[in-house]
Design a protein. Structure first.
Length: 199
């Protein structure tokens, strides 16, 4: 009797594992089919213009470009884009609650505050920002900072779109309350006005 049970259970278990593997492969194939491969030049992507802050806080830059995202190419795992930051401008203090982020600095000089660390970075510098870590950056050089940002998961691009308009459209104003609503869309949190770092 014991051998009959083993004889029936073993093939059933093998069929179940093979079936789950096949189902997993099918789901992976569907996900891969949705993401479109891209080869893009620097000026190709979704160019957006930041909205005007009514509280006179510094915006990160006037424009940025989203290149990889669920909306741009069906990416389910990464978001990437580029941004130029003028001398004296910066990225306000904020943190991502879900996504890790990498910032690659291609040109310019930045002062970076990351958690309890701070330092200057030059062209070729990299910042790894784990989820839930406070970050802000200021251009302390005389030329624009050109950078690439990469997120480990989609979400923050929704905040970026909420805080901006498509290039060519007139930017509308955005209140602190609207900025907060935008931050929540992308699972982010911005520092309150009393927490602005020493820029």
């Amino acid at each position: 009797m014991k051998s009959k049970v083993i004889c029936c259970v073993f093939p059933a278990a093998v069929l179940m594992i093979v079936g789950l593997f096949g189902f997993s492969q099918t789901l992976q194939s569907i996900a891969e089919a949705n993401a479109k491969p891209l080869i893009l030049e620097k000026n190709e992507g979704e160019l957006r213009t930041r909205r005007i802050h009514t509280d006179n806080t510094a915006s990160a830059s006037s424009q940025f470009m989203l290149k990889v995202s669920p909306k741009n190419n069906g990416s389910e795992h990464l978001v990437a884009g580029m941004e130029d930051i003028a001398p004296g401008a910066g990225i306000p203090k904020h943190r991502h609650l879900v996504q890790d982020e990498i910032v690659l600095i291609h040109s310019g000089k930045a002062h970076v505050w990351l958690g309890d660390q701070e330092r200057d970075l030059q062209a070729g510098g990299l910042v790894f920002i784990p989820a839930k870590t406070w970050i802000n950056l200021k251009n302390i050089g005389s030329e624009p900072i050109s950078l690439t940002f990469i997120f480990s998961a989609p979400g923050f691009e929704d905040t970026m779109r909420c805080n901006s308009v498509p290039a060519g459209e007139t930017p509308t104003s955005i209140t602190p309350e609207q900025q907060e609503d935008c931050a929540h869309l992308g699972h982010a949190e911005r520092a309150g006005s009393q927490e602005h770092p020493k820029m």
